[in-house]
Design a protein around this ligand. Structure first.
Ligand code: NAP
Length: 302
């Protein structure tokens, strides 16, 4: 498989990926600030056989909503510089990880297919992040057209897992939910409070599943681009109910702070293209994944 560089290697996905590609080089922002051209140029003075570009400024809805310009600038800079220097230095394989946040806020049909990515504006709460990722998809497609490269991108649905951020302003819904359940247990509370109405629909996948897909794409030299998403599309309330049952907390009630943001109502994507490539792929069930992540954070809480 050669010499593999993983940007964003210290994040949620990178840490799961290191189980499947243990010999790759995993970078954090401390190794190189990928918004800086001099640092990216220095990185590509080494010859890499493959780049897996995970690095991004990633956060939950609150942070994305208040700092859209920073999310746009930081991600545009990182993505543009990493792809440009990878291509100019002749890296043969480049895989970027996008996100289903980039799909239109409202689509003509669901689940959405890869071709629908640019069919309408993305949701306002993550506009900057989404546009930067759409630009990366366009940059990869343009590079393949103009330079004949075989670069690709994977578009995963929402993730959760061990090694996620737990700061409430930055965390993702399922990880935040699990940490709220653990806090309610610790405080002897009879309820948890979730932001929004509980009605939006989401596909939530364990980050280990995405890591396995990236690992298998690398081993089999897959160069197609496709969505990576679980088939289930559940409401926020249903996901919370699964989490309470999976952690033995059926007695906790769920309260919704309807003044909090809901975000996009639905953004479910089709995984049909991925299942053509990996027909036997088994996703981690939501209850099983939540149990694992709950055990991890519970042990850290002791
Ligand atoms: P994460 O946990 O927030 O990790 C982000 C990674 O990017 C970290 O390694 C971070 O380094 C690095 N990074 C951030 N700013 C950087 C900079 N200026 N220079 C260099 N490195 C920088 O993110 P993740 O959840 O693993 O996400 C990985 C990829 O999957 C991202 O492209 C994200 O957009 C995508 N994705 C994530 C989700 C999700 O729900 N988490 C869903 C769909 C797609 P430090 O550790 O040093 O900060």
């Amino acid at each position: 498989m050669g010499k593999i560089l993983v940007t964003g290697g210290s994040g949620l996905v990178g840490r799961h990926l290191s189980k499947y590609l243990p010999d790759a080089v995993y970078l954090s922002s401390k190794d190189a600030d990928l918004r800086r051209e001099d640092e990216v140029r220095r990185l590509f003075s080494t010859k890499w056989d493959r780049v897996i570009h995970l690095a991004a400024r990633v956060a939950g809805i609150l942070d994305n909503r208040t700092r859209p310009a920073e999310f746009l600038e930081d991600n545009l800079l990182m993505n543009t510089l990493v792809l440009k220097y990878a291509r100019e230095s002749g890296v043969p394989r480049f895989t970027a990880v996008l996100s289903t946040c980039i799909f239109p806020d409202v689509a003509s049909s669901y689940p959405m297919t890869e071709e629908m990515m640019q069919d309408g504006p993305p949701q306002a709460t993550n506009f900057g992040y989404a546009i930067s990722k759409r630009a990366l998809a366009a940059h990869i497609d343009a590079s393949n057209t103009q330079y004949g490269t075989s670069y690709n991108y994977l578009i995963p649905c929402n993730l959760y897992g061990e090694f996620d951020k737990t700061d409430p302003a930055k965390s993702h819904f399922v990880t935040a939910l699990i940490t709220k359940i653990i806090k309610a247990e610790r405080d002897g509370s009879d309820h948890i409070t979730l932001l929004g109405t509980g009605k939006p629909l989401r596909q939530f996948m364990h980050a280990d599943d995405l890591a396995r897909v990236i690992g298998q794409c690398t081993e089999r030299d897959v160069t197609q681009s496709f969505n990576v998403a679980v088939p289930e599309n559940l409401s926020i309330r249903e996901i919370a109910e699964v989490a309470l049952a999976a952690t033995g907390n059926e007695g906790l009630s769920i309260e919704f702070d309807a003044d909090g943001p809901d975000g996009q109502f639905r953004k479910d994507v089709s995984n049909a293209k991925m299942m053509e490539v990996f027909p036997d792929f088994q996703f981690t069930g939501l209850a099983e994944g939540i149990r694992r992540v709950y055990s991890y954070y519970k042990a850290k809480d002791q």
